[in-house]
Design a binder for this molecule. Structure first.
Ligand code: MG
Ligand code: MG
Length: 262
């Protein structure tokens, strides 16, 4: 349970990692339209990272795995929640939604952020799911002030999402980010009763803490399952889902959004 507090100099590097990651997401967002493949989006992100001398944090992740992730981004369509593998055969259709997640390594530090994008015109009910998920991210970020704990972020996200009639995914969480893509603290999108007895740990927020907040919201039930490609996570009931993520830094004042769009 070691949390690495970052110095001002390290935060400047992380801001740059986050800015480049946001540029990759923005370039993909602008390219999303019916007929585009998820592999084409991956290539767009890879090119933004390459131009800035960065490498993708997801490529070959996790080290030593028999099934390392083969791409720069994860691209997850409709009932796919996270970790979809980009492919020339996955073509976006009008009315789809696509969740795009990217990780950038810049000077040894990671930026990690994600968003869900409509493909062409989507139904108002689907737009509502996207709006609630994005808002849930900001509800979590608003809790990132001294005096609070990570559990306050978790509880606020869960309470807001459930008040809108949706469910939060249990199996995947926000996480500390820094020299490593996943470090302490874990930041779940929910907080069960008796969490401490379950061995969960809520971390008091400290200036210099950096973590990714990433609500994953299902229109239906919260359960997920993994496809036999070893990566793609889908909702078990086939319902639509959305995912928004920023990496942030806790400060003495307002949190810094490290992955803000330029
Ligand atoms: Mg993340
Ligand atoms: Mg991510």
């Amino acid at each position: 349970m070691a949390v690495h507090l970052k110095t001002a100099e390290e935060l400047e590097i992380m801001r740059e990692a986050g800015r480049i990651n946001a540029m990759a997401l923005a370039a993909m967002r602008d390219a999303v339209q019916p007929g585009v493949s998820t592999l084409a989006l991956d290539q767009i992100a890879a090119e933004v990272l390459r131009k800035h001398g960065c490498t993708g944090a997801f490529v070959g992740y996790p080290p030593g795995s028999p099934h390392p992730f083969p791409a720069t981004i994860t691209a997850s369509i409709n009932h796919e929640l996270v970790h979809g593998i980009p492919s020339a055969d996955r073509i976006l259709q009008e009315g789809d939604i696509i969740s795009l997640d990217c990780g950038t390594i810049y000077q040894g530090f990671v930026g990690d952020s994600a968003l869900t994008v409509p493909v062409g015109k989507i139904a108002p009910t689907v737009q509502h799911l996207l709006d609630v998920t994005e808002r849930a991210l900001w509800v979590g970020i608003e809790q990132c002030k001294l005096g609070n704990e990570t559990a306050d972020v978790s509880r606020a996200i869960q309470k807001y999402v459930e008040s809108q009639g949706y469910s939060v995914v249990r199996e995947y969480t926000g996480h500390g980010v820094g020299r490593s893509m996943h470090e302490d603290p874990q930041v779940p999108n929910w907080w069960p009763r008796r969490a401490l007895q379950r061995g969960w740990h809520s971390y008091p927020l400290q200036a210099g803490m950096t973590f990714a907040i990433e609500p994953m919201v299902n229109a239906g039930r919260p359960e997920t399952r993994m496809l036999d490609d070893h990566w793609t996570v889908v909702t078990r009931d086939g319902s639509l889902c959305a995912h928004f993520e920023h990496s942030i830094a806790v400060t003495e004042g307002e949190p810094i959004i490290l992955t803000m769009f330029p």
